[in-house]
Design a protein around this ligand. Structure first.
Ligand code: C2E
Ligand code: MG
Ligand code: MG
Length: 705
């Protein structure tokens, strides 16, 4: 019932009488008391008005046509819920039978006709007073029921002596049963408890009864629709004067949402959201557990760290969505290839790890690693494209004297890095030699930190020559490390370490300044138009001050920007294409030219290269090597040159070692070359001599022409 209709300023009284005079008489009397009055001529009309107006009280005659007062009274009671309207029946004088009949039909009071007005008014006041307190109680119950509904909470009352159980309406709601479906006794209640939780609830109840303490228990509900439902029960005991427990009062509250939220949070703490594999935290937990297993004497635990080769290319060239789908597909495949007893985890990015317990030999783990490699190399079809990425696997196996978790993980990672370094798509078992190599790297890291301060770096220069005329147009600055004990260290053995440690940033800055200074010097010596190319590491692009550093190097040396060329590799464009484009655009606006180094070895699509503001492509020497005397071969070089030309950029060939290479480049329209054919990279003084010799040659040629 709508509670608002019951809230009124003046009581509304329905007067039901078929006799007009009697009706008017009562109506007037009630109005004179300040009540509002509505009237009906018979029981049927009365019923309709009750439905429509919910009056505060009814005064009704017994004898009426169509529907008499008894039937009307019974019908009104029938349609009411908890709140009953007071019905004052008008009966004949001393008509005991009709009085009884009225009460049986549900009347609240009676008064005999002819009506004695003062007594009648008294009875009405009394009826309205009852009504008022009934209404208050009703509103209170409604509010309580509403609160229970909102809190998803019901209460019960169990009489232990009669085994009768009272359930509030909300308990029925919570347990999804209707009152007539179940007997309200303890057995019916138990039947709604999920089988696996029954013991727990029984135990809590028994303990509570035994010790006389309240109990709280959380359990699942056995629902006919099999849906998960979790409720919390709390019960208090009522004792009699002798201290005997005679009743139990309890509340039941629905906890399903909280339970599911907790489960979800728990899941997020331990599982990777993309692949749903255990994450790093759970991986560590499981590894601790595996290594701590009592009685683990014969069998070892193996850790396999798995890293995808070239996943970054997929991610960077096709976007993160495709990258994510690919990782999911890889995770699913790996999952299928492993036993349920093994833990396959995603540690982050494209890095996975597997814990295998019960390893009896290296052969056994090698077999598993081979199976994983095979799985990893399977193609995936995403957005209509076939994508493949092989993997590199590092393995470390625990032994009785080596079962430290962190050490094992480190070993597996070292082995994985080694597998990658030697070409990927393979697995490596950790061995002591790797440890010493890792140790060497650590030492190098330390030494590199001091190398700059101690002035141990030198810049070598390799000429860049015009294919058509043989004239040196510029040079590439290539760093060397003059190590106090090891001698001249080539860049490939220290640049990766410098990049890993971030030391490449100050080192790169130094090369830039040194190369600019030296070039300006050569300009002043008359070699006017030399352009110097300086290699830039991807790490320098992540460094905000990079543009300022370049400006500073030019300003300090006095070299004009058009004589500086920056060599970037495709790896610079990975991850942050937009910011690299903005860097490059700034440089080109300054007048600096940009070359893409090692062209042909990267994986960027032509569409990505097309977006880069480039001036020159440097065809990697791997393609020049392919050219063999006679021009029969070199298809690949031709193809790569054609691709480069389609981007309409100037072309430099790297690694030109023979006359045949040069002839090939001449006939295929390459602009410049670099290579041992003219000169390897040399120190600045030697390069100066080379420039002088090249100049003399050019002058001689001009004289000849
Ligand atoms: P890169 O930029 O592709 O440099 C060309 C490499 O090819 C040089 O190796 C050069 O000595 C070598 N090379 C040139 N002509 C020939 C040839 O005819 N045959 C053969 N087999 N090789 C030839 P280098 O100097 O050892 O440098 C290796 C790489 O180290 C460079 O490749 C570049 O990526 C990096 N690097 C060198 N200096 C720097 C630097 O200052 N900063 C950064 N970030 N990287 C540098
Ligand atoms: Mg280069
Ligand atoms: Mg190169």
């Amino acid at each position: 019932m709508d509670i608002n209709i019951l809230e009124r300023n003046k009581p509304l009284i329905l007067v039901v009488d078929d006799e007009l005079v009697g009706r008017l008489y009562i109506e007037k009397a009630l109005q004179s008391e300040g009540y509002e009055v509505i009237t009906a001529e018979n029981g049927q009309q009365a019923l309709d008005l009750v439905r429509e107006h919910s009056p505060s009280m009814i005064v009704m005659d017994v004898m009426m046509p169509v529907m008499d007062g008894y039937d009307a009274c019974a019908a009104i009671r029938e349609q009411e819920d908890q709140l009953q309207v007071p019905i004052l029946m008008l009966t004949g004088l001393d008509d005991i039978e009709s009085v009884e009949k009225s009460f049986d039909a549900g009347a609240s009071d009676f008064i005999v006709k002819p009506v004695n007005l003062p007594i009648f008014k008294q009875r009405v006041r009394h009826g309205l007073k009852t009504r008022e307190s009934d209404l208050e109680l009703y509103k209170h119950q409604l509010r309580q029921a509403h609160a229970h509904k909102v809190a998803k909470m019901g209460y019960w009352d169990w009489d232990l002596e009669t085994n009768k159980l009272y359930w509030s309406a909300e308990v029925y709601n919570l347990l999804s049963v209707s009152p007539d479906e179940f007997d309200t006794n303890q057995e019916a209640f138990k039947a709604r408890i999920y089988d696996d939780d029954l013991e727990k609830v029984k135990h809590a109840t028994q303990q509570s009864l035994k010790h006389g303490f309240p109990y709280s228990v959380e359990h699942r509900v056995a629902r006919p629709d099999q849906k998960l439902q979790v409720v919390h029960q709390h019960a208090e005991l009522i004792k009699n004067d002798q201290g005997k427990v005679i009743r139990m009062l309890g509340i039941v509250q629905d906890m399903t949402e909280r339970y599911l939220a907790q489960e979800k949070i728990q899941h997020q703490v331990y599982y990777d959201s993309l692949t749903d594999l255990p994450n790093r935290t759970l991986f560590h937990d499981r590894l601790d557990h595996a290594l701590d297993m009592p009685g683990r004497t014969d069998n070892s635990v193996a850790i396999l760290t798995i890293d995808l080769d070239r996943f970054k290319n997929i991610n960077d060239s096709l976007g993160h969505e495709v990258g994510d789908s690919f990782l999911k597909a890889v995770a699913d495949n790996l999952k299928k290839a492993t036993r349920t007893t093994d833990t396959l985890a995603r540690l982050g990015g494209d890095e996975f790890a597997l814990i295998i317990e019960g390893i009896s030999s290296d052969e056994c783990v090698s077999r598993i690693a081979n199976k994983l490699l095979e799985t990893l190399s399977q193609p995936h079809y995403i957005n209509g494209q076939e994508l493949i990425s092989t993997g590199s696997i590092g393995i470390a196996v625990s032994s009785l004297d080596s079962c430290d978790k962190d050490m094992l993980i480190k070993q597996a990672n070292l082995a994985m890095k080694h597998a990658k370094e030697i070409g990927g798509n393979q697995f490596c078992l950790y061995n002591e030699e790797m440890k010493s190599r890792a140790h060497q790297t650590l030492i190098m890291e330390k030494e590199l930190r001091y190398a700059l301060e101690r002035g141990e770096f030198i810049v070598y220069y390799q000429p860049k020559v015009c294919v058509a005329t043989g004239k040196i147009k510029g040079m590439e600055a290539l760093i060397r490390w003059q190590h106090p004990e090891k001698g001249l260290v080539p860049p490939f053995s220290f640049i990766p370490v410098a990049e890993d440690t971030g030391l490449i940033v100050p080192i790169g800055k130094w090369v830039l300044e040194e190369a600019s200074r030296q070039t300006k010097l050569w300009h002043e010596q008359g070699f006017n138009d030399l352009v110097v190319s300086v290699n830039v590491s991807v790490k320098q692009f992540h460094h905000q001050a990079f543009v300022d550093e370049v400006k500073h190097a030019l300003k300090n040396s006095g070299l004009a920007a058009r004589y500086l060329d920056l060599e970037i590799t495709e790896s610079c464009t990975m991850n942050n294409l937009d910011s690299v484009i903005s860097f490059l655009t700034t440089f080109r606006k300054m007048g600096i030219s940009i070359s893409l180094d090692d062209f042909g070895t990267g994986f960027s699509s032509l569409s990505i290269l097309d977006q880069l503001p480039l001036d020159t492509l440097k065809v990697d020497r791997a393609f020049i090597k392919d050219i063999i005397a006679g021009g029969e071969n070199g298809d690949l070089a031709r193809l790569i040159i054609a691709m480069a030309k389609s981007l309409q950029l100037s072309l430099v060939a790297e690694g030109v070692e023979t006359q045949d290479h040069l002839d090939f480049l001449k006939s295929n329209g390459c602009d410049e070359y670099q290579g041992f054919f003219l000169s390897p990279p040399v120190p600045a003084d030697q390069f100066g001599e080379l420039l002088a010799a090249n100049n003399r040659l050019a002058n001689n040629l001009e004289c000849l022409i």
